[in-house]
Design a protein around this ligand. Structure first.
Ligand SMILES: [Zn+2]
Length: 322
């Protein structure tokens, strides 16, 4: 009797408008969390173990597959003429990519083209290793090539001879076209990739965010104006706003909610299934791209404002190292 009474009371409370309003407010608060640049860095990079732990390999949409780790994305575009690999990540992760591809029935040796999100070791360290193992051609945005060539790797392999890409260039293989968009700031040649994929007779627009994260100790503002790097970020965000897509992805899986989306996909019992999905594909997320862009731009703006404020104070300290 006592328990029934409590449940009745609870149900009565839950039916009130006030309770519903409270739930909406709580949900909004969770959705509107304002991320700082250091929080975003932590969210994206994950732990050392996450950077090197295989995430269950699976088909994302159309002929696009995930073969990366828990916190570093690697994507494969499979075509009848071979595969395109996006982000080799660390040399230590090459066996993960090989194993993930083999679990999906894809041949590592079929990789014909290697491209990347940006010239940081956690995304492109293994370019030379994969190029050597597969004979694939590596391509990179012109503005990132000096940093890519300077990159040193555990194997000590010479960096690949990159085929030079420029903003808007198309990379084509086996009927697929990937477009390289220069979205600078995080690195000078940071690249956001777009492509069209087909699923269930529909065309979807994939957009893979390179990164708009502000690196530690980045001076965005000095002497009353944006620094050259600050201007690069401004150009980067402008370029990002010109893009759109209904399948948002990122160089770090936290940018596209991999864990949650994969859970929905595997919950359907069809993870890795290469035919038509019987449930809505969770990777189709028409508002996801703008949401992530907004998160990254807000973090940038908060950092910029704090640097402006610090500049206005005569004894302003340097930005705190993160
Ligand atoms: Zn980076």
């Amino acid at each position: 009797m006592q328990i029934e009474f409590q449940i009745d009371t609870l149900v009565a409370i839950m039916r009130t408008k006030l309770f519903v309003l409270l739930l909406i407010l709580l949900a909004q608060q969770a959705a509107d969390h304002v991320w700082t640049v250091s929080e975003l860095f932590t969210r994206n990079i994950g732990t050392n173990a996450q950077q090197r732990t295989q995430f269950p390999p699976h088909r994302i949409i159309g002929n696009l597959y995930y073969v990366g780790t828990e916190s570093l994305s690697t994507f494969v575009v499979d075509t009848p003429e071979g595969a395109i690999l996006i982000d080799t990540t660390y040399e230590a992760n090459v066996p993960v990519i090989q194993d993930s591809m083999s679990k999906l029935g894809l041949k590592f040796s079929n990789i014909k083209i290697i491209v990347g999100s940006h010239a940081h070791g956690d995304h492109q360290e293994a370019d030379a290793m994969v190029a050597e193992m597969t004979g694939a051609k590596a391509m990179a945005m012109a503005e990132d090539i000096p940093d890519l060539q300077r990159m040193r790797t555990p194997s000590g392999k010479a960096r690949p001879m990159y085929q030079v890409l420029h903003d808007g260039d198309e990379v084509k293989l086996g009927g697929m076209t990937l477009v390289a968009h220069l979205t600078p700031g995080h690195t000078h040649g940071c690249t956001t990739w777009t492509m069209k994929v087909q699923e269930n007779g529909e065309t979807h627009n994939v957009v893979i965010i390179g990164s708009m994260g502000v690196n530690a100790n980045t001076r965005l503002y000095a002497n009353g104006a944006l620094t050259p790097l600050g201007e690069e970020y401004a150009r980067g965000f402008k370029a990002m706003h010109a893009l759109s897509g209904d399948v948002p992805l990122g160089s770090h899986p936290a940018m596209h909610g991999l864990a949650e989306k994969y859970k929905k996909l595997s919950g359907s019992g069809l993870a890795g299934f290469s035919g038509a999905l019987l449930v809505p594909n969770p990777y189709i997320d028409p508002t996801g791209y703008l949401k992530e862009l907004n998160i990254e731009e807000t973090a940038y703006n908060i950092e910029l404002e704090s640097q402006k404020k610090a500049a206005a104070t005569p004894t302003s300290p340097a930005p705190v190292a993160r």
